[in-house]
Ligand binder design. Sequence first.
Ligand SMILES: [Zn+2]
Length: 68
Amino acid sequence: MKSKKVTLEQVIEAVRADDYIGFCLVCGAETSGVEPDARNYGCETCGEHEVFGAEELLLYTGLMERKI
Ligand SMILES: [Zn+2]
């Protein structure tokens, strides 16, 4: 399986778009219809429960302390 990293830029863009986009931390797949604070959602691409909402991912990076 190809592994693709989710970049911070992708995450910030998703938060800005406010479009319910989440990312899978295993395969990097972008998933729509994910709540911003979602955690451990099932990934439609790889089947792992590692899909996190965009805002939740930003929290991990600590960037949410600075308003974007
Ligand atoms: Zn996945």
